[in-house]
Design a protein around this ligand. Structure first.
Ligand code: AMP
Length: 154
């Protein structure tokens, strides 16, 4: 059994994410979402893409949707998501066939950063799996900016 399949190990990882989130004063919505278990089922992003629930969309084309994060971690915090998940529950599931959409997401991040006036820089983040504190299993890139970032990340 892999570490990720072991329920005790997974609970420990979720708790670790929870504590890390608390120590950084992250929103409780985020902490609750960290209880998510890796899965292929529909996510909240499908509902946003299908306009079943509202979102603050800042960019949309035929392949990519960019929306403001509901629990922003910086003055600008935008999520870039592929409109069709096509098995991309996370970046660790990427296959060669996904190269085009992955490149498109990165290029769109640059366009949106420009649109948001992030001329002094920004950060792109992809969380993956329990250790990466991923909470929504539909690949997305966080575009974060509007303040000085720190390194190393939490
Ligand atoms: P991750 O933890 O990397 O999987 O990121 C998921 C992100 O989705 C978190 O930053 C959440 O705040 C964000 N999020 C969850 N639900 C919504 C929503 N309805 N609208 C906008 N952002 C959301």
């Amino acid at each position: 059994m892999s570490q990720q399949e072991n329920p005790s190990s997974l609970r420990l990882q979720i708790l670790t994410c929870h504590l890390a989130a608390s120590s950084r004063n992250m929103a409780s919505e985020k902490e609750a979402a960290l209880a998510a278990v890796p899965s292929d089922s529909r996510t909240i992003f499908d509902k946003i893409i299908n306009k079943e629930i509202p979102a603050k969309v800042v960019f949309e084309d035929d392949k990519v949707l960019a929306l403001r994060d509901i629990a922003p971690q910086a003055p600008t915090h935008i999520l870039l998501i592929p409109k069709v998940r096509d098995g991309l529950t996370g970046i660790s599931k990427a296959e060669k066939k996904h190269c085009e959409i992955l490149g498109r997401l990165l290029y769109t991040a640059k366009l949106v950063a420009k649109q948001e006036g992030l001329d002094d820089g920004f950060r792109l983040v992809i969380n993956d799996g329990p250790n990466g504190c991923q909470s929504v299993y539909h690949l997305h890139i966080h575009l974060i900016g509007g303040r000085q970032m720190n390194w190393p990340p939490g």
